[in-house]
Design a protein. Structure first.
Length: 125
């Protein structure tokens, strides 16, 4: 396993991201700060190879009943935990890489550690 410092902790405040291009000679990765926890995601959408990490960050929308039902409550949980590809809006959990459109699909994720003030991504050589 190899390690590379990609940013300083202070460079990526909560709710923000840093896109590192290229990463290991490829399309890059996005490093995300989700409520103080750091995650790294490959910058290629597995659906049609779009630039995934440039997409919109949202939370998970939940409802107590179908939205058109009288009295239905709609809420957004985990704001900033879901990444939407800018090309076709496929949604992925940043922490796991799991696709919400098709649970059999995943985007590659990389372990991240904080060493002092450095955000360090761990990858296979």
């Amino acid at each position: 396993m190899a390690r590379i410092a990609v940013a300083k902790v202070s460079d990526i405040p909560p709710g923000q991201r840093e896109i590192v291009v290229p990463f290991r000679g490829r399309a890059g990765i996005g490093v995300f700060n989700v409520a103080g926890s750091f995650y790294a995601v490959r910058n290629i959408c597995p659906h049609k190879n779009g630039p995934l990490c440039t997409g919109t960050l949202t939370g998970r929308v939940t409802t107590s009943a179908p939205p058109a039902a009288q009295g239905a409550a709609i809420s957004i949980d985990g704001d900033g935990e879901i990444l939407h590809c800018p090309w076709h809006q496929w949604a992925f959990e940043i922490a796991t890489g799991r696709c919400l459109v098709d649970p059999k699909v995943r985007v590659k994720t990389y372990p991240v550690e904080i060493e002092g003030d450095d955000v360090v991504v761990i990858y296979e050589d």
